[in-house]
Design a binder for this molecule. Sequence first.
Ligand SMILES: Cc1cc2nc3c(=O)[nH]c(=O)nc-3n(C[C@H](O)[C@H](O)[C@H](O)COP(=O)(O)OP(=O)(O)OC[C@H]3O[C@@H](n4cnc5c(N)ncnc54)[C@H](O)[C@@H]3O)c2cc1C
Length: 418
Amino acid sequence: MTTRKADVLIIGGGSIGLSCAYYLLKLGRKVTIVDSKEVAKGSSAGNAGHIVPSHIIPLAAPGIVPTALKWMLDPKNSPFGMKVSLDPKYISWLLQFALACNESNVQRAIPPLNSLGQLSAKNFAQMIAEEKFDCHYQEKGLLFLYKTEDAFAGGKHEADLMQKHGIPVDVLDKAALHQREPAAREDVIGGVHFTGDAHLNPALFLKLLADRVRAMGAEIFENTPVTGFDVADGKIRAVKTGAGDFEADQIVLAAGAWTPAVAHDLRLNIPVQSARGYSLTMSATKVMPSHALILGERRVAVSPLGNLLRLTGRLELSNLDTTVSTKHIAGIERAVREYIHLDEKLDIHETWAGLRPTTPDGMPIIGRSSRYRNLIFATGHAMLGLSLGPGTGQVVAEIVQGANPAFDLSPLRAERFW
Ligand SMILES: Cc1cc2nc3c(=O)[nH]c(=O)nc-3n(C[C@H](O)[C@H](O)[C@H](O)COP(=O)(O)OP(=O)(O)OC[C@H]3O[C@@H](n4cnc5c(N)ncnc54)[C@H](O)[C@@H]3O)c2cc1C
């Protein structure tokens, strides 16, 4: 078997792995990427494409468990689902998640999510301008639509909290909302507009990023799954793959929802649970929304992507399985029809499923491993793996270089779970 030498080896060429590659190459490092499938696809290509520095409240927050249970009483329309399994790792993840749904977890998560979100948004704008990426990037904010007073009140409450942390937001009454978003149906009663957010076509962006890192000199091995490791003296000596072994100075583990399976061979228990979601993408409709939207009560995302419209939704604690559910795709379309004007007949191009790599406390895992000195984690970004990509890429490159990272990364260390 061939043994190849690498400077920095990145396992996984999704949003996170490619962003790490880009910032490492900019610092003059040599980069090799191995991916079990194709790069630039992973769990991001069909996602909503929202770049959301406003999302500073973690998934594990007070009230989420009862809300999720209530949703599950209406399986046809529920934005949430979960597999039934007695796997001890799954049960332990659920318990850890339930225990983290408290105010102190929210307070702990806000500073790193805020810093990483702001850094990432700044890096997106800079990278897209510098590299001239044509990917329908729009700095038009993210608009939440509400149909009930209760949900609107909840939205305003969250907006208040976020404003206190410096997130720009406009609260819109019915008239202001309809003026700002003419695609909204008459019975939408108000909205909250996070004006610092943005959106883009994620498949186009990732393809351009992959092409760029190739052009900058990255070596990319596709259809090359990592199958094991040789370790000795607190170091990974070799990464084993179908294409032979790689000996690398530094290794970045960015395998998204597959991270626990890869880390298992290192005898590391990384509590990342996959959370499946779906999207459907169609030709532009007659009344295209002019903003990226979230439908407040239904938790469905809407993304105008140039001459395409994408609807995205559901969060299901799942196996590593990307089978598309036509039932849930239909549920997403039904929900969107309640909020915006959609053509009666849609010209659907693609239906898709992807896996969010979700941690029990709702924060990503970024940092150097305490067990293997040449291993760095970059995973667990859950619903924000596109949005937080370029920020993660920058701080991972800083860790590899031994430089001070842009902000305090200690709350994001994997060791918080052990
Ligand atoms: C419906 C839906 C909508 C979403 N909307 C948004 C959004 O609007 N904004 C946002 O920020 N995020 C969104 N997300 C979340 C986002 O898509 C994920 O957080 C993101 O894809 C995670 O990126 P990643 O690079 O960590 O993982 P991935 O993109 O999944 O990449 C992991 C890579 O690792 C590879 N791999 C797996 N196993 C191995 C192995 N053994 N060896 C080598 N390689 C391996 C895989 O092939 C894959 O290419 C959404 C997710 C879903 C499902």
